[in-house]
Design a protein around this ligand. Structure first.
Ligand code: DGP
Length: 112
């Protein structure tokens, strides 16, 4: 998708600190970390949000979810939070589906 920053990370046109790459997903550290570990897991296909991804490509949606556990384990986390922000009011700022993996500190609930 032209002008999509995460598509540009998938293609390698924009650099990122990539921690996992498979045919289905790319995972990289967040530019603006909210916790000691803050990794984004994205599908290699462009879909606007997690719900669209699940509807249009459930295989890739499952791969994203599985990868959240892989990257958390590789970061040494047993306790972590996986977040999909869906829509601007929920805090979504990049409209390419992505899961946040946050950990390494106590995470409050409910989230802000
Ligand atoms: P959200 O607000 O849920 O759409 O999360 C988008 C996240 O993406 C936000 O935490 C910051 C991160 N981000 C935005 N642009 C870049 C980038 O170019 N590189 C990296 N590594 N992260 C980015």
């Amino acid at each position: 998708m032209p002008d999509c920053i995460f598509c540009s990370i998938v293609s390698g046109d924009i650099p990122a600190n990539i921690v996992l790459r498979t045919p289905e997903v790319v995972a990289f550290t967040d530019l603006n970390p909210q916790a000691p570990t803050h990794i984004l897991v994205i599908p290699t296909e462009h879909h606007e949000n997690g719900a669209e991804l699940a509807k249009d490509n459930p295989v890739q949606a499952a791969a994203v979810l599985a990868a959240t556990h892989t990257v958390a384990a590789e970061a040494g986390l047993t306790d972590y939070r996986t977040v999909f922000n869906t829509g601007a009011e929920a805090g979504q700022s990049v409209f390419h589906a992505h899961a946040h993996v946050l950990g390494g500190r106590n995470l409050g609930w409910p989230p802000g």
